[in-house]
Design a protein around this ligand. Structure first.
Ligand SMILES: Nc1ncnc2c1ncn2[C@@H]1O[C@H](COP(=O)(O)OP(=O)(O)O)[C@@H](O)[C@H]1O
Ligand SMILES: [Mg+2]
Length: 264
C-alpha cells in the first residue's frame, strides 16, 4: 500500500444544491499530519466528513487504507467533529464519553473488559484528563470537553485520525497539549488530518498543509505553502471572514445611508 493512508483523486462532494469540494487531489501518508486551512465555508468539514464515511463522494476517488471509507471495519477511522456539533446535555461523564470509543470496536457478544478499561485510562492520561473522569461533560471547560472528545477518538484505537478545528475555543494549555498529541501520534505512524483556523501554529503542528477553498489552492510543507503566496491570500480571506466582517458591514451601510454616519 506504499504508506499512503488516504488518497483522494479529483474528489468532489456535493450537497443537494451546493458543491462544497471540487476536484480535490491529495494524499496523506502513514505518520503524516496534514493541516487543512481555508476560510469559513471552504469545505474543510465536508472533506473530513467524507473521509470519515459520513458523506459520499459525488465524483472522483477516495481510498482510505486501501478501501472506500464505508467498507472499513467500524472504529478504523476516528473523527472528532467541530464542537458545535456536540449535544452537551447528553447525560454522560468523561469516562462514559471516552468509553464510547471502545464500543465502536466491540462485537455485540463482547463485554467491556479489562483491556477496554486500560485503553480508556490510557487515553484519559494522554490528554491529561485522568483526574476528571467522573465529571459530567456539561460541567467541563471548552478545553476539557475537547480533550475528552480527543480521548474518545484515541480509545477507538483508530488507524486514521480526523480532527475538525479542535483548537477553536480552547485554552492555551489545551492547545499545546493537542499539538503534542498530534506530533506524538504522527511519530508513532498515525495518519492525521486536521482542519484548523490556527494559522500561526501550522509550522509546528503539520508536516504538510492543504489550502482549501472548495478547490485545493495549495499543498505542500507549511513553508512551501507560505512561499507560494496561497497562504497569504487565505490568511487575508480567513481574517476577513472571521473577524473583520462585522467591521465591514457598518461601512457598507454608511456609504448607502450617509445620514447614519456618526450616529453611533
Ligand atoms: N448539510 C449541508 N447542506 C447544504 N450545504 C451545506 C451543508 N453543510 C455545509 N454546507 C455548505 O457547504 C460549504 C462548506 O461547508 P463546510 O464544509 O462546513 O466548510 P468549513 O468547514 O470549511 O467551514 C458551505 O457553503 C456550507 O454552507
Ligand atoms: Mg468546518
Amino acid at each position: 500500500m506504499s504508506g499512503e493512508a488516504v488518497v483522494a483523486r479529483e474528489l468532489t462532494v456535493a450537497y443537494e444544491d451546493f458543491t462544497a469540494v471540487v476536484d480535490a487531489t491529495f494524499s496523506v501518508r502513514n505518520g503524516e499530519a496534514l493541516g487543512i486551512v481555508g476560510p469559513n465555508g471552504s469545505g474543510k468539514s465536508t472533506l473530513l466528513k467524507t473521509i470519515a464515511g459520513l458523506l459520499k463522494p459525488s465524483n472522483g476517488e477516495l481510498v482510505v487504507l486501501g478501501e472506500a471509507p464505508r467498507r472499513l471495519a467500524a472504529g478504523t477511522i476516528a473523527y472528532v467533529p467541530q464542537v458545535e456539533a456536540v449535544d452537551w446535555s447528553f447525560p454522560a461523564t468523561v469516562w462514559d464519553v471516552v468509553a464510547m470509543g471502545r464500543f465502536a470496536r466491540l462485537r455485540f457478544w463482547q463485554h467491556f473488559g479489562e483491556r477496554d478499561g486500560d485503553v480508556v485510562r490510557n487515553a484519559l492520561a494522554l490528554v491529561g484528563m485522568s483526574a476528571l473522569s467522573d465529571r459530567h461533560i456539561a460541567h467541563l471547560s471548552g478545553g476539557q470537553q475537547q480533550r475528552a472528545f480527543v480521548a474518545r477518538a484515541l480509545a477507538q484505537e483508530p488507524k486514521v485520525l480526523l480532527l475538525d478545528e479542535p483548537t477553536t475555543g480552547v485554552d492555551a494549555a489545551t492547545e499545546d497539549a493537542l499539538g503534542e498529541i498530534v506530533r506524538r501520534l504522527a511519530a508513532d505512524g498515525m495518519p492525521i488530518l486536521m482542519a484548523t483556523h490556527d494559522l500561526d501554529r501550522v509550522e509546528q503542528w503539520f508536516d504538510r498543509l492543504l489550502v482549501l477553498d472548495r478547490r485545493v489552492l495549495a499543498l505542500g510543507t507549511p513553508r512551501e505553502v507560505v512561499e507560494s503566496g496561497a497562504y497569504a491570500a487565505i490568511r487575508e480571506h480567513t481574517h476577513t471572514h472571521g473577524h473583520l466582517r462585522h467591521d465591514h458591514e457598518p461601512h457598507l451601510a454608511h456609504s448607502a445611508h450617509p445620514e447614519i454616519m456618526g450616529s453611533g
